[in-house]
Design a protein around this ligand. Structure first.
Ligand SMILES: *Cc1c(COP(=O)(O)O)cnc(C)c1O
Length: 231
């Protein structure tokens, strides 16, 4: 079976293995327009991109083959956002899953205000407290989420975490559990400035564990498109 056809099989397998109500984000970094288009024709409704430039390129290429398709898909930013890219991000994405500083939240808010958009966002938690990773440390997450939620042109809708990578997916559970705890805490004391609706956790290796720990958005790349390094 060709690599492109395999995508259809992969999507079917993943969709059958996740309960209803869980949103599947196809993490599409490094994938060709043919691969992405195949995923969209097989039922993928949300594309996740780490970089503005890559998403922009794919949007342009997709538009050339199918003028409608770009607007039918939901675009999520799942990588770190730099402040000088906030304007583009606000124009291109339907959700920013990776709000990881007050400054970036303010930049997004200001850019949204300028074009009259309300941007749904998730707050990224550095659940493993890894120094090389972005996201709020768990101990500041609650107060900072509340502070960010006051910004009028963004709409905080939940939390996202990557967590440390392990070979054994069971080892990811404590980090998912910690993020779920913060989510529940914020939900319990919810104000009308935010809504704890989405919890985005889990990748190819860990999505089953993430769902068991309460995720309702999973971000899957490798299991969906195939191994990047084999092409
Ligand atoms: C690449 C990526 C994923 C998907 O990882 P896979 O192991 O390929 O499924 C999920 N989330 C983020 C933020 C990513 O960068």
């Amino acid at each position: 079976m060709g690599q492109i056809d395999q995508i259809e099989v992969n999507i079917k397998t993943i969709m059958e293995s996740i309960p209803p109500g869980i949103l599947l984000v196809a993490a599409a970094k490094t994938r060709t327009v043919a691969e992405v288009r195949k995923a969209l024709t097989c039922g993928i409704a949300i594309l996740g991109y780490n970089y503005i430039q890559e998403a922009e390129k794919i949007q342009k290429d997709l538009k050339e083959v199918d003028a409608q398709i770009v607007n039918q898909v939901e675009w999520h930013l799942i990588g770190h956002l730099q402040r000088n890219k906030a304007k583009k991000a606000v124009e291109m994405f339907d959700m920013i899953e990776t709000i990881d500083s007050l400054k970036i939240a303010e930049a997004v808010n200001n850019r949204c205000a300028a074009i009259g958009k309300i941007m749904p966002v998730l707050i990224e938690i550095n659940s493993g407290e890894e120094s090389n990773k972005t996201g709020f440390p768990p101990q500041n997450a609650i107060s900072l989420t509340r502070e960010i939620a006051e910004l009028p042109s963004i709409k905080v809708q939940g939390l996202m975490t990557m967590g440390p990578r392990f070979g054994d997916p069971e080892k990811a559970r404590p980090y998912f559990r910690l993020t779920k705890m913060l989510f529940d805490e914020l939900r319990e004391h919810q104000t009308n400035h935010y809504e704890m609706k989405y919890l985005s956790m889990g990748t190819s290796n860990t999505y089953a564990q993430a769902i068991e720990e309460g995720a309702n958005i999973v971000r899957i790349g490798t299991k969906l498109f195939g191994d990047r390094y084999e092409n």
